[in-house]
Ligand binder design. Structure first.
Ligand code: GDD
Ligand code: MN
Length: 386
């Protein structure tokens, strides 16, 4: 290489106006990258870009739409917009889902010193962005959060039961991750790049709640400011909030609370198994006076296994939930797997009890653990295979 490193005292090169003969058109060094996760948001793309442009007038900013293979033509709409506006990028993911990982990957695709996250549907008040940017620039904050619950904020756009879910989830988040922010579930925030980079390798990336993930993953307490805003009704399209989002939030909290030591899915599987045990004993208690004990035990086992299957299908494997006819196949395979697990359980426990002269409780526990691991491992690749 013969070229000398650029002298920092040199004036910046003149921006080229055409892309002729091997000369790239330089893009400005953006001060802010706005990451917008999208799933079927076609009719919000242009409206959001216009709103951002109005709010960030005079600022150097870009927007990255991170789309998970929307079926409604969202990527095409973003591409058309990108052909008109210079500050629009599109990041497409196929065979992947998730708001959190969409934000992470959008942020990783940018080099701007500040990264913001905002929903595509105009529920978040983009007019807060300049104040967020200012708070981070002047060192007042590393994370600036748009809050529905700080004094002056509001949640008009949250319908019915969503309000309670949100308040309850907020309390749970603060309690578990030890944060003290009014709206940790907010999907609207800006973060300084260094703070993001410090926690990015620790992020769980599960589900919808990327801010909780970031706050819980930061290696040191972050400087936070919260800016109140009123959550607006959705502009176009439909919300993606459903029971899957709730289940994934639970998994995220478990993952953060245990610092990833045990997979959150296995924890849920064991919790469900524990509930099955209680149910089993309850059923046995209720019917053992009426039926032959072996029959009563068999009935209780079947009830517990069935309940375990449906709870796991709803909670533990919410993202691979079986529906329609596949529920029957799933239930059948789950019965079969758990039966083998029970045989392994009894085998291991008896072996330990006899040959190692182990304490009965320890032998029983070891057997139960072997059975649980077997049930979990095999059902995850057979019953709830990807
Ligand atoms: N790429 C991608 N992948 N985007 C997604 C996915 C996904 O799997 N799921 C949802 N999104 C996008 C939506 O297209 C939308 O732009 C944004 O994420 C939020 O989805 P909504 O369906 O509008 O969520 P909400 O209104 O129920 O809740 C939102 O607002 C809350 C309040 O700030 C979320 O952002 C919550 O995290 C937030 O707490
Ligand atoms: Mn929304």
């Amino acid at each position: 290489m013969t070229s000398a490193p650029p002298d920092p005292a040199d004036p910046a090169p003149e921006p080229a106006t055409t892309g002729g003969a091997g000369r790239a058109v330089p893009r400005p060094p953006y001060a802010l990258t706005v990451v917008v996760p999208t799933l079927n948001e076609r009719d919000n793309v242009r409206a959001l870009h216009a709103a951002l442009a109005a709010a960030l007038d005079g600022e150097s900013w870009e927007v990255v739409f991170v789309d998970d293979d929307s079926a409604d033509g969202t990527p095409g709409e973003v591409a058309a917009l990108a052909a008109e506006a210079g500050n629009v990028r599109l990041l497409r993911r196929i065979g992947r889902r998730g708001l959190s990982t969409a934000f992470i990957e959008g942020a990783l695709s940018s080099t701007a010193p500040v990264i913001a996250c905002i929903d595509a549907d105009l529920q978040h008040d983009e007019r807060l962005l300049p104040a967020m940017l200012a708070a981070i620039r002047n060192g007042e904050a590393e994370v600036a959060i748009g809050s529905r619950y700080a004094a002056g904020g509001g949640e008009e756009g949250l319908v019915g039961g969503r309000k309670d879910v949100s308040r309850y989830g907020t309390r749970l988040a603060n309690w578990l991750v030890g944060s003290h922010v009014t709206d940790p579930l907010s999907g609207f925030f800006a973060i300084e790049r260094g703070a993001f980079e410090d926690s990015v390798r620790r992020l769980s990336g599960i589900g919808f709640k990327i801010l909780v993930d970031i706050l819980a993953s930061a290696p040191r307490p972050l400087k936070i400011v919260e800016l109140p805003y009123t959550f607006r009704p959705r502009h176009a399209g439909a919300s993606k909030f459903d029971s899957l989002v709730g289940a994934e939030y639970l998994q995220l909290l478990i993952d953060k609370a245990l610092r990833g030591a045990v997979p959150a899915r296995f924890v849920l599987f064991c919790v469900v198994g524990g509930s099955g045990l209680l149910l089993h004993l309850g059923v046995l208690w209720a019917i053992h006076g009426w039926l032959d004990f072996a029959v009563a035990q068999a009935v209780a086992t079947l009830v517990a296994m069935t309940s375990n299957f449906f709870l796991n299908n709803f909670l533990t494997y919410a993202d691979r939930r079986l529906k329609g006819w596949r529920v029957l196949w799933g239930l059948g395979s789950f019965y079969a797997i758990c039966s083998v697990g029970a045989v392994a359980n009894v085998g291991v426990a008896s072996f330990l009890y006899r040959s190692e002269d182990a304490f009965w409780g320890l032998a029983g526990l070891a057997g139960a653990l072997v059975g649980a691991v077997w049930n979990f491992a095999v059902s995850s690749i057979v019953t709830w295979r990807k």
